[in-house]
Design a protein around this ligand. Structure first.
Ligand SMILES: NC(=O)C1=CN([C@@H]2O[C@H](COP(=O)(O)OP(=O)(O)OC[C@H]3O[C@@H](n4cnc5c(N)ncnc54)[C@H](OP(=O)(O)O)[C@@H]3O)[C@@H](O)[C@H]2O)C=CC1
Ligand SMILES: O=C(O)[C@@H]1CCC=N1
Length: 277
């Protein structure tokens, strides 16, 4: 199998490294390019056998799977370059939410999948959100589910829910890391505990909480109930957070969705020449 990657920035390189480290792909399976070629060359130095191509066209020709790992604003240039070389038998995988399956199906003859990864896939953990276009056969879907199961929990989602699913799964690590950072900063400022010690404690706590919520059999509500003993200290903290933070998540979702709508409009304008303000 030949697996092509266009874009080896943050997410392209995380996927390549995760697929290789998990044993899902050998470096020999992979051919990659990047606008700044040195980034792809660095990866190939780290993983001998991986090939670097000088253009998106070169990656596309002969690829069974083709990953597009560029930002939404960069898609059109890539599509223009590969449009005349992509074939119906190939599977093209987009990893970004504002480029819709129908956008790519309109411009490419290939089978289209949208699979949104997460930085957590770097440690072979977290989810990947799988949305499959109608051109994919059941065998194609099984192939992709199987490939991504080496680096994540592949979860089928409806395209309608890509944005909110991505907020939780792909933006979520940044939001959770923000919470940890602010908790640590307050701990250091208030008590003088060292930043290193506070960060270690908060990080181990995050890992353990994730395990309780995934394999430990706890729902978020059950976990809070179990920790917050009646009349105890945690309950006081939870009461404060309920008062101060509850509305934040509604605002957060409004904000990410509004940016998504903006990006979607820009993608449609770039792809099909519709008007953007
Ligand atoms: N970061 C994350 O946690 C997640 C990101 N995503 C999605 O992944 C996509 C990429 O994000 P991310 O990796 O963070 O962004 P980066 O900017 O780190 O990576 C984009 C890469 O694409 C390269 N590139 C741009 N245009 C071209 C082109 N025409 N030909 C070849 N290479 C090109 C850039 O090259 P150059 O080195 O020259 O800039 C850059 O290395 C986005 O669409 C994002 O929505 C999805 C889930 C999570
Ligand atoms: O911030 C972004 O746009 C991307 C999408 C999901 C995570 N990172």
């Amino acid at each position: 199998m030949r697996v092509g990657f266009i874009g080896t920035g943050s997410m392209g390189s995380i996927l390549i490294e995760a697929f290789i480290r998990s044993g899902a792909l050998n470096p020999e399976h992979i051919v990659a390019t990047n606008r700044t070629l040195a980034k792809a060359e660095l990866l190939a130095e780290k993983y001998p056998g991986m090939q670097v191509a000088r253009s998106s066209k070169e990656v596309t020709v002969g690829a069974d799977l083709l990953f597009l790992c560029v930002k939404p604003s960069e898609y059109k240039a890539v599509i223009d370059e590969i449009q005349d070389h992509a074939l119906p038998g190939q599977i093209v995988i987009s990893i970004t939410s504002p480029v819709l399956i129908r956008h790519l199906e309109e411009l490419l003859p290939s089978k289209i999948a949208k699979i949104i990864p997460s930085i957590t896939n770097f440690v072979l953990s977290g989810a990947t959100l799988c949305i499959y276009g109608d051109r994919l056969t059941p065998e194609d879907k099984e192939l992709l589910d199987n490939l991504f199961s080496h680096v994540s929990a592949p979860i089928r989602v409806s395209e309608q829910y890509t944005r909110i699913s991505s907020d939780l799964s792909s933006c979520g690590p940044a939001f959770l890391a923000y919470f940890v950072q602010k908790f640590v900063e307050a701990a250091v400022d208030t008590t003088g505990i060292s930043e290193e010690e506070a960060t270690q404690l908060a990080s181990e706590m995050t890992l353990g909480t994730g395990k309780l919520l995934t394999t430990g059999g706890f729902s978020p509500a059950q976990l809070q109930k179990r920790v917050a003993v009646p009349g105890g200290i945690t309950a006081e903290g939870l009461r404060l957070m309920e008062k101060e933070l509850c509305g934040v998540f509604y605002d957060l979702i409004r904000t990410t969705h509004s940016k998504y709508e903006e990006d979607l409009e820009k993608v449609e304008a770039r792809f099909f020449g519709t008007k953007v303000d």
